[in-house]
Design a protein around this ligand. Sequence first.
Ligand SMILES: [Zn+2]
Length: 221
Amino acid sequence: MSVFFCEQIKTQNATSAIEIVREKICDQADICYSHDIGGGLGQKINKEIIPINRTVFDTDESAKQWLKSHVTTEGPVLLVPVKAPDNYATIEISKIHDNFNKKVLAAEAEHNNHHKSLMALQTKAFQSLKRSKSKLKSCHKCTSKIAIEFVKTPHCPVCQQQNALLSNSVFNNINIQKNKLETVKTNLDSIINERDKMVAELTMKSQSGYINWIFAALCES
Ligand SMILES: [Zn+2]
């Protein structure tokens, strides 16, 4: 599976941005087939690094979207300029991060806890399904009779309905927990979006003309 690499380089100058990217690629060259430790970037060792400065992107996000649709597995590493915050905005952005830190951490912790309890609930439900005295269970959705001995998940192997082999009450309970997790995740996302929007607005208002570079690559394997 190809991995998309994208990172901001905090320099104004295209030549030094290229040098920094080149160093990053060289650092990863020996481990270029170890995706799990992020080595895939090293596969670009013999590729060009091309700065494209037609447009200075307003935000990291818009630069990233553009890069995502232009890098290819066989192609070069691309670099684009993105508007950088001026000194005033840099200080204000760091204040925003400080203000949001507690909220983000609390929402992340809540999300992790909900995720863990849902996992535990599903594991327990599956274990008791496997211990069940009846050899066959009917799927809630398609009513197929399924031999419990051979199932490796509580999902229906015929219609793929999730948790469809569990009892009605457990099935409903899991769905309630899943909805709760969804709500918690939405809350976390909206906090992060609110923070990132404030940061992007400050950066866009910056008048210094500073830029940074963002590079991106899609590894070959
Ligand atoms: Zn089914």
